[in-house]
Write a protein that binds this ligand. Structure first.
Ligand code: UD1
Ligand code: BG6
Ligand code: NA
Length: 377
């Protein structure tokens, strides 16, 4: 059942090259169409969105609604949706959306992300948005689930069963689906064509790159050995990787039961910096995207406070080597296009949280007090 793995979480982390491929199967044309062939310009086809695509394109705003890890996937892919659709995209934690009785209008599109398709708060938020006349779109891993049935349309992740309570492969497939959704919605935009094509080209490379990043498994085990007794672990990132740090911290707290927080690096000086001293281990995401220079300055400021740094950077990034000489550990990952980099960057941190948990002798697949699907509010 666990296919030779010790735990479901471990199996599901290692399945990601395959689950990502399944999410794309039959939906992506990986080859660029021949120049000038108008019949082949559509490279992404999510069957569930075809009918409502024009309504979504014309909506006044898109709200992404979810809980837990599914919410982090919304955060990771939001910028791509904004860039491609040029409509405001807001994020809602389902419980807070309900607590506020968030104003919803008929020309809104509400997207509900849920691995299980049964999370009570997300389901209640869907009922609320539907009653207010919004177009309701589901993104779920579970065919026949309540959210799949009750939404007007949507996309199944096709990532395969996820059994470990801590979500891993569903997270990366959720980022992928929202990104594909953005690409499909922008398919008529000529000005975005080159950018769109360059992202789709990278979709084809993604499973292979995730397979490569999984080779960091034993390095992450060694890192977990070093960190197994820390009382707190911080993660700093920004831009596309703000989601990565929130998700990494959630993994560490929920399975390894270590206090952990993901911090938006742009907020560092507004409080978090006060926590930093030579005893504080911090993971910094500094892969090469538009935030790279800013993250380098974050690294320097953290080093000035003698923090113990673990830097997630791209393979072959020569300028990061100087920090290795200053005692930082580098976690080198394959490079992809900026908006897909969070799919790769989370993988070593999933491995880290897995190994921390095992080394600490805790229950990986069934962390105390938690349930796979929270079906009561
Ligand atoms: C569908 C079939 C797939 C088949 C393919 C062939 C299903 C479940 N999927 O996949 O087996 O190989 O056509 O073209 O039969 N939906 C919602 N809410 C959600 C998720 C989905 O309403 O949260 C709806 C979609 O709008 C769509 C249907 O469910 O009408 C199936 O969605 P999805 O499986 O994503 O569609 P395809 O990928 O086209
Ligand atoms: C629970 C799970 O808290 O619900 C998490 O333990 C999950 O892994 C969250 O992210 C939301 O679940 P779903 O099924 O709505 O994505
Ligand atoms: Na439906």
């Amino acid at each position: 059942m666990k296919g030779g793995y010790d735990h479901f979480m471990q199996k599901e982390i290692h399945e990601q090259p395959e689950s990502l491929l399944q999410t794309m199967r039959g939906r992506v044309q990986f080859q660029r169409p021949a120049v000038g062939n108008p019949y082949l310009t559509q490279r992404i086809k999510l069957g569930g969105l075809v009918e409502h695509g024009s309504t979504i394109r014309r909506c006044r705003r898109i709200l992404l609604v979810a809980c837990g890890t599914s919410y982090h996937a919304c955060l990771a892919a939001r910028q791509t949706l904004e860039e491609m659709c040029e409509v405001p995209v807001s994020l809602e934690l389902a419980s807070d959306f309900l607590d506020r009785r968030c104003p919803i209008f008929r020309d809104d599109t509400c997207v509900f992300l849920s691995q299980s398709g049964e999370t009570a708060d997300t389901l209640r938020a869907l009922e609320y948005a539907k009653a207010h006349g919004a177009l309701c779109v589901g993104v779920t891993n579970t065919v026949g689930s309540a959210i799949s049935r009750m939404t007007h349309c949507g996309v199944h992740l096709n990532a395969g069963y996820e059994i470990g309570v801590a979500s891993t492969k569903a997270y990366t497939s959720q980022i992928l689906v929202i990104t594909m959704m953005a690409l499909q919605l922008a398919e008529d935009s000529i000005s975005k064509r080159e950018r769109r094509d360059s992202i789709i080209d990278e979709l084809g490379q993604l499973p292979g790159k995730v397979r490569r990043v999984l080779m960091l498994d034993s390095a992450m085990r060694d890192l977990a050995e070093q960190l197994r007794s820390v009382s707190s672990l911080l993660f700093f990132g920004r831009g596309y990787n703000y989601a990565t740090v929130l998700e990494a911290a959630l993994k560490v707290k929920e399975v390894a039961l270590i206090h952990s927080e993901g911090m938006l690096a742009g907020e560092m000086k507004h409080g978090p910096l006060a926590l930093v001293d030579k005893h504080m281990p911090i993971v910094v995401i500094a892969t090469r995207d538009g935030m790279y220079k800013k993250m380098e300055s974050v690294i320097q400021q953290l080093l000035a406070r003698e923090a113990q740094l673990y830097i997630v950077c791209n393979e072959g990034d020569e300028s990061m080597k100087q920090y290795e000489d200053k005692g930082c550990k580098l976690i080198q990952v394959p490079e992809t296009v900026d908006c897909l980099q969070p799919v790769i960057n989370i993988v070593p941190l999933q491995l880290l949280s897995y190994h921390l948990t095992v080394l600490r002798g805790l229950n990986v697949d069934q962390p105390r007090n938690l349930a796979k699907s929270v079906t009561v509010s």
